[in-house]
Design a protein around this ligand. Structure first.
Ligand SMILES: Nc1ncnc2c1ncn2[C@@H]1O[C@H](COP(=O)(O)OP(=O)(O)OP(=O)(O)O)[C@@H](O)[C@H]1O
Ligand SMILES: [Mg+2]
Length: 372
């Protein structure tokens, strides 16, 4: 298995309506055997990135190497890359089984081994019963699994999976997620998986590359992304429900650190809750963006006062939406709590659960008691 190195890669589409800079100066390293998720909203450049790696789009700038060998100038078939496309791209005149074995034909594997692989793959993806059918006579979800299977049965240096389970219902998705992860690990597959489903990215990936507007925002493990978002974008993009963000004025002295949020409430903490370096940084940043995850915003005694907008028990947790000085924030608690809309509540948060960002650049300043 080989390492993939993407260095300063741009993708600019030229069209009559103007240029689209779809991928901007992308740097990304995927280690041998690593599973990486490309996560981001629609149009952020995920498919463009995969297509440049696979060779279906040219890079506008930069280089891509696989196992130390430049591949961005090679034709797709010479790159040793297997790709499952977002739009499946099955061959209509071939059956599902023939589609899946198509790429193995050129592999010189004995026929019996080809058949064994296709059968095992079809069983893993629960499409063994449709191998003799044609693509147009099976469902979108079945075509999608056939397309995924066609990529995975191959021996490739790199596997690129573009939204491989987007068409599947949640239960099947969850089952296949587990099986696919096991398969990729067992075969030590270096993999990039595109998704806009955070749960899928968290469950499958060793590291997640978060993209927005063609720019890589952060590349880290799922746990790091949650605990130490590099900027306001990842902070609010990762995590469900999204992080609450207040603008706050900071006053730090030897005894206390106080954050006055919109609406006038002040969150005050003993200075000892923060490292000296962080207090110094706060002295330089009198105005910050204060991020608080809904799970860390607790109902009860606290300085931030608001009125309940909605209170929903979801079967295993309660989401309480609270209006604070005209803004709605969300508090999540593991217990079942009942608060009538319109009732007064107070909210509190521990110093270790604060995320501080520069409000102008969005860059993280600190997470909890320490500098970012
Ligand atoms: N062939 C093309 N010509 C011009 N613009 C393109 C082309 N392909 C993609 N784009 C534009 O490039 C940007 C990135 O598109 P891309 O398909 O990479 O996004 P994506 O992250 O895969 O989105 P989705 O989640 O919707 O699949 C978008 O603004 C898109 O409109
Ligand atoms: Mg796409």
């Amino acid at each position: 298995m080989a390492e993939l190195d993407i260095t300063k890669v741009d993708k600019i589409y030229h069209s009559r309506k103007g240029d689209v800079h779809a991928v901007k100066a992308l740097d990304l390293v995927v280690k041998p055997g690593e599973i990486v998720a490309l996560l981001g909203s629609s149009g952020c450049g995920k498919t463009s990135t995969l297509r440049m790696i696979a060779g279906f789009e040219e890079v506008s700038n930069g280089s891509i190497t696989l196992g130390g060998k430049p591949i961005h100038t090679l034709p797709p078939a010479a790159r040793g890359v297997a790709m499952a496309f977002e739009a499946y791209s099955l061959y209509p005149p071939l059956t599902i089984g023939e589609n899946m074995s198509f790429a193995l034909k050129a592999s010189k594997l004995p026929q019996a081994e080809q058949d064994r692989r296709v059968k095992a793959m079809a069983e893993m993806l629960e499409i063994a019963d449709i191998l003799n059918k044609y693509p147009t006579s099976v469902s979108g979800g079945q075509q999608q699994r056939a397309s995924l299977g066609r990529a995975l049965v191959r021996d490739a240096g790199l596997y690129l999976l573009d939204e491989p389970m987007g068409q599947l219902e949640p239960q099947l998705r969850a089952v296949l997620r587990g099986r696919i992860k096991h398969y990729l690990r067992e075969h030590n597959c270096t993999t990039i998986l595109v998704t806009h489903d955070q749960t899928e990215a968290n469950a499958l990936a060793d590291r997640i590359a978060v993209m927005e507007g063609g720019v890589l925002q952060q590349y880290a493990t799922p746990a790091e992304l949650k605990a130490k978002p590099a900027n306001l974008f990842t902070g609010t993009f990762i995590g469900e429900p999204p992080m609450n963000v207040f603008t706050a004025d900071v006053k730090a002295n030897g005894e206390t650190v106080a954050f006055t949020v919109e609406g006038g409430a002040t969150l005050s903490y003993p200075a000892a809750d923060f490292s000296p370096q962080l207090r110094e940084a706060l002295a330089r940043n009198p105005r910050i963006a204060l991020g608080i995850r809904p799970h860390a915003l607790h109902l009860g005694e606290g300085a931030v006062k608001g009125k309940v907008v909605a209170c929903q028990w979801l079967g295993d947790q309660t989401h309480v939406a609270v209006d604070v000085a005209g803004r709605t924030v969300v508090s999540v608690s593991q217990e079942r709590v009942a608060r009538a809309p319109g009732s007064d509540v107070a909210l509190k948060v521990a110093a270790r659960d604060l995320h501080l960002f520069d409000p102008a650049s969005g860059k993280a300043i600190a997470h909890g008691d320490a500098l970012a």
